[in-house]
Design a protein around this ligand. Structure first.
Ligand code: UDX
Length: 454
């Protein structure tokens, strides 16, 4: 593989993980982030996000990585990846101001004779590739610079908590561009992944029976819509099983058994059928809102997506109501929440169901104690006014609690010290909002078990 020069703008989950993998393969990667503290930490080899296997692969690719706060001059042949944030605007639409700023800066730094592929890696609305192309070509014309700049949409499908694995061993790579040169250069860039020619890094082994990922080449618009369709579908799949979890309770079925039975149908598949408190995180809420906004711009109502969002909202409230049903009066009770992160293996709390629980239960007068294996520092930093008491471990959390709720699917919560927790609690209720625990082990510790849809 001939090493390529790559500039990554934005070192969030997508930028940092993708760039780190590319550096590991031997490409020369320059990471750019406006925040000097982030750059400082990355230079010191300290990951700025909590991801399994990231520190190892960063270390291994250290010699091929440069970290800086500004974009360098762009000359010769190379790839520039825009991986900045695209927060939601009020109407749900994605806010492109960071993308626009990055594209403008890139255009100002392109040197005469350069041959570049500029890649939209961030999740961006339909039409963004053309939008970025327009910004760059107008700027180059104004500067009187002759250069070849090809734009492509290359959406990222990594999930937090398994970002390194998803990057090294993806299900597919999607490239949307009108330019055969862009396709060619990106195919070269991703050759180590497409052909799996790299040695798996420590901590991120190649999954058994992993097959080479297909490269899907398509138009920018189809690539952009693919990302929204994928996330909308996954969010809908979860809302589907959650909708059935409520019905399962009413008729006396067990949703975990129903999910297993339908998941074995190859047309349905077993993943994303875990019923619980509903989805959260930085993507599903933002992307479903963006897709609804896109539909309404065309006077088209995406009924399924809208319902998936509504079912998700209702599911969070279902957990709150369940707690109220069990404890009757919430005011004056002490409730312990196990988990703050929106899912296990991450310290990310964006749109976490835990935040909804804290807000609703606090409003109803409950005193809240929380524990999370990794997210507590990030909670204290990002949500300094959260009305909660932090506990160092699960037993301390249980101390004086009328109920304990499993909110995040951390693996370590599967093995809770239930007897010691039971001894520390004031009440007996364990509400398992992730269906993580075995009813028997909870009742054997003298506690009452309530799950979701079982
Ligand atoms: C998601 C997509 O999976 C990923 O492809 C995309 O690039 C970004 O958005 P992420 O938000 O990191 O990734 O996490 P994911 O594993 O998809 O989980 C999202 C939410 O759904 C979490 O709150 C999780 O707990 C919940 N979930 C997931 C369920 O409630 N049930 C399930 O069966 C699966």
């Amino acid at each position: 593989m001939a090493p390529m020069r790559v500039t990554i703008i934005g070192t969030g989950y997508v930028g940092l993980t993708t760039g780190t993998a590319l550096a590991y393969f031997g490409h020369e990667v320059t990471f750019v982030d406006k925040n000097p503290e982030i750059v400082e930490r990355l230079r010191a080899g300290v990951p700025t996000i909590h991801e399994a296997g990231l520190a190892e692969i960063m270390e291994a690719g250290r010699c091929s990585s440069v970290f800086r706060t500004d974009i360098p001059e762009l000359s010769g042949t190379g790839v520039v990846m825009i991986a900045v944030g695209t927060p939601s605007k009020r109407n749900g639409d994605a806010d492109l101001s960071f993308v626009d700023a990055a594209a403008t800066e890139v255009a100002d730094l392109v040197q005469p004779g350069a041959r570049l592929v500029v890649v939209n890696k961030s999740t961006v609305p339909v039409g963004s590739a053309r939008h970025v192309e327009g910004i760059i070509s107008r700027r180059l014309a104004a500067r009187g610079v002759e250069a070849e700049v090809h734009v492509a949409s290359n959406p990222e499908f990594l999930a937090e908590g398994r970002a390194v694995l998803d990057t090294l061993y993806p299900d597919r790579i999607v490239i949307g561009t009108e330019s055969p040169i862009a396709t060619g250069l990106l195919r070269e860039l991703y050759a180590p992944i497409l052909e799996q020619t790299f040695e798996p890094p420590p901590g991120s082994p190649r999954p058994e029976r992993y097959e080479l990922p297909p490269l899907i080449t398509t138009t920018p618009t189809s690539a952009e819509l693919t990302k929204y369709a994928a996330n909308s579908f996954l969010a809908t799949k979860i809302s589907f099983i959650n909708e059935f979890s409520v019905l399962a309770e009413k008729v006396g079925a067990d949703i975990t058994e129903v999910a297993r039975a339908i998941g074995l149908d190859q047309r349905i598949g077993p993943r994303f059928l875990q019923a619980g408190i509903g989805w959260g995180g930085s993507c599903f809420g933002k992307d479903t809102a963006a897709v609804l906004a896109l539909g309404s711009a065309y006077d088209y109502d995406l009924q399924l997506v809208r319902s998936a969002v509504e079912v998700n909202r209702r599911q969070r409230m279902f957990v709150v109501d369940k707690l109220q049903q069990q404890l009757k009066v919430l005011r004056g009770t002490t409730i312990g929440l196990l988990g703050l992160a929106f899912k296990g293996n991450t310290d990310d709390m964006r749109d976490s169901p835990a935040l909804t629980l804290v807000q609703e239960l606090h409003e109803r007068g409950a005193v809240l104690r929380v524990h999370d294996p990794v997210a507590m520092p990030s909670a204290k930093r990002h949500f300094p006014d959260l009305p909660v008491e932090y506990a160092d471990d699960e037993v301390q959390l249980a101390c004086g609690c009328d109920a304990v709720v499993v909110v995040t699917d951390w693996d370590q919560y599967r093995r809770l010290p239930l007897e010691r927790m039971a001894a520390a609690m004031r009440g007996r209720l364990v509400l398992d909002a992730r269906n993580l625990l075995q009813r028997q082990s909870v009742t054997a510790a003298g506690l009452d078990y309530v799950g979701i849809g079982r």
